[in-house]
Design a protein around this ligand. Structure first.
Ligand SMILES: Nc1ncnc2c1ncn2[C@@H]1O[C@H](COP(=O)(O)OP(=O)(O)OP(=O)(O)O)[C@@H](O)[C@H]1O
Ligand SMILES: [Mg+2]
Length: 517
């Protein structure tokens, strides 16, 4: 039983998910098994089903064309292999016709706008149910307006082509100043020399025009949503459109390709390049009819841009376009939710990143025991000519210098009753040894040293047996630094009942005092 084996997980040829309906219950649709099929574990689980075991419901709320698309199906199949994740696809007729109260329940929602999608309803659903949102819905209003997209990019400090907005809004005539010449336009005072790009403000409108300078023969290239093998046509028309609102921007000279970036969270981005539709408008296709894609490695700067776009637009799954020109990369389009097509690696990665994200966010609150699994591919084993070996990936060292301050230690014999009193006070007789480290205790030793020294000065003939020089040394050491703190001094007292000092002591310390009787 291996989690990573992709085959034989579902009982039918068709991908099988739970199709949700009213009030979170499920019902049959299109002959698809309604139960969530979470792979091979399912049958075993059912034998000793634990009623308390809670599944995390991941709702898919988008137009059917998107929910049933090939990449979505591939990714959801992989997502439902997570033991605790159940996918529920919201049927399109439920989304369009039912009130949000009757939409299926979910803990996490993958929902995104496309043509005909009732974004307002989806927003009210999230207000009602408050699921974890993979792609923020409110930001999806902005994504539909190129002016907002560019404003957000600018606010985030992301490089984008220099641009100006021509708003044909009767209420705001000051935003509609256009001066047109043969080889340039002036938009609200800002000059754009040909070649420049004219984009409808609606991001849903793909009729982007590029105007050529007279030196290149004039005219314009009219881009549109791909129709078969065409993505644009040349037009001899050199004057800009006079109805509708547009963004005018400088044309970025690339190598003729667009870099398409697809994020899955801020730390994952897939990129690929495609021939720009701005060239001759002929779409490059392979023998299977798929559009030709060129491999791309994002630079560190571009990865940072991907992270910023993903976070700024709050879209975990987010597609955007980069133009590599003049040694920089400029974002010219942010599309929001978009999956890479025809890449098994991406399907695997995307499902894994999303599944881990959902588990990380929701497992704790649903009391599901979970930690990010260690994948076989994460184990650093490398094949070599002499077999497989563990690859050394990092060395962590905690290092200190080797020159240790030498021990500073003095030894002295003491016989005075004051030392014995101290020895007794701190329980020295129990083991015959005593360590004094506390400021109060050290102060007491110092007080004794001072007292004995004072008495020695006063009466030379007194019965103090301690050596004056040793007492002075003891006093000097204990008076160092002006106060007792930390652990930079200690006094050790060892009781020697027969009056015999040890030949040597292994004890560390600054003052070792032998109590002799
Ligand atoms: N400033 C620019 N300089 C050069 N080429 C540009 C510029 N802006 C856009 N293009 C070209 O025009 C194409 C379409 O532009 P853009 O991506 O903004 O429009 P779109 O219709 O929203 O595209 P999509 O189909 O990705 O949604 C780009 O892929 C790129 O090849
Ligand atoms: Mg684009």
């Amino acid at each position: 039983m291996s989690k990573s084996s992709g085959q034989g997980m579902c009982n039918s040829e068709l991908p099988q998910f739970l199709i949700g309906s009213e009030g979170g219950e499920s019902r049959e649709l299109d002959d698809i098994d309604m139960r969530k099929i979470s792979g091979h574990y399912r049958e075993e689980e059912e034998e000793d089903e634990d009623q308390s075991e809670r599944q995390i419901m991941v709702g898919i709320c988008s137009m059917m064309k998107k929910s049933k698309s090939k990449p979505m199906t591939e990714i959801l199949e992989r997502l439902c292999k997570f033991e605790y994740i159940t996918v529920v696809i919201f049927p399109e007729e439920v989304i369009l016709s039912e009130p949000v109260e009757k939409w299926p329940l979910c803990d996490c929602l993958i929902s995104f706008h496309s043509k005909g999608f009732p974004l307002d309803k989806a927003v009210s659903y999230t207000k009602l149910r408050n699921p974890l949102l993979i792609n923020d819905l409110n930001m999806q209003y902005f994504i539909q307006d190129r002016r907002e997209v560019y404003r957000i990019l600018q606010e985030e400090g992301i490089d984008l082509p220099r641009y100006a907005v021509l708003n044909r809004d009767p209420d705001r005539p000051e935003e509609c100043n256009l001066v047109e010449s043969e080889d340039h336009v002036e938009v609200n005072g800002e000059v754009f020399h040909k070649p420049f790009v004219e984009k409808p403000v609606s991001a849903e409108d793909h009729n982007v025009y590029i105007y050529y300078p007279t030196s290149a023969g004039g005219g314009s290239q009219r881009l549109f949503r791909k129709i078969g093998s065409r993505s644009s046509v040349y037009s001899p028309e050199s004057t800009v459109r006079k109805t509708g609102s547009y963004i005018y921007e400088e044309f970025m000279p690339t190598d003729g390709t667009d870099v398409k970036v697809y994020t899955v969270g801020p730390d994952y981005a897939h990129a690929e390049a495609r021939k720009s539709p701005a060239l001759d408008g002929k779409v490059e296709r392979d023998s299977e009819g798929k559009e030709i894609r060129y491999p791309v490695m994002l630079t560190a700067m571009e990865k940072l841009v991907a992270r910023k776009v993903c976070l700024a637009f709050k879209q975990t799954v987010c597609g955007f376009d980069l133009l590599r020109a003049n040694g920089h990369s400029f974002v010219c389009d942010v599309n929001g939710f978009s999956f890479v097509k025809n890449s098994m690696k991406y399907y695997d990665d995307c499902a894994k990143v999303l599944g881990n994200m959902v588990m990380r966010e929701l497992a704790p609150q649903l009391h599901i025991p979970w930690s990010i699994p260690m994948e076989a591919e994460d184990i650093p084993i490398v094949p070599t000519t002499s077999g497989t070996m563990m690859e050394l990936r990092c060395v962590i060292a905690v290092i200190r210098h080797g020159d240790r301050t030498p021990k500073q230690k003095m030894k002295m014999e003491v016989r005075n009753a004051l030392f014995f009193e101290l020895f007794e006070k701190y329980g020295g007789y129990k083991s015959g040894k005593l360590k004094l480290k506390k400021p109060k205790q050290l102060q007491e030793v110092l007080d004794i040293a001072r007292q004995l020294l004072a008495e020695l000065v006063l009466h030379n003939d007194c019965e103090i047996e301690e050596k004056k020089s040793k007492l002075e040394q003891l006093k000097t050491v204990l008076e160092m630094y002006g106060h007792f703190s930390g652990i930079n001094r200690k006094v050790q007292l060892t009781y020697l009942p027969n009056g015999q000092p040890k030949a040597s002591s292994e004890e560390e310390g600054m003052c070792t005092v032998g109590l002799l009787r």
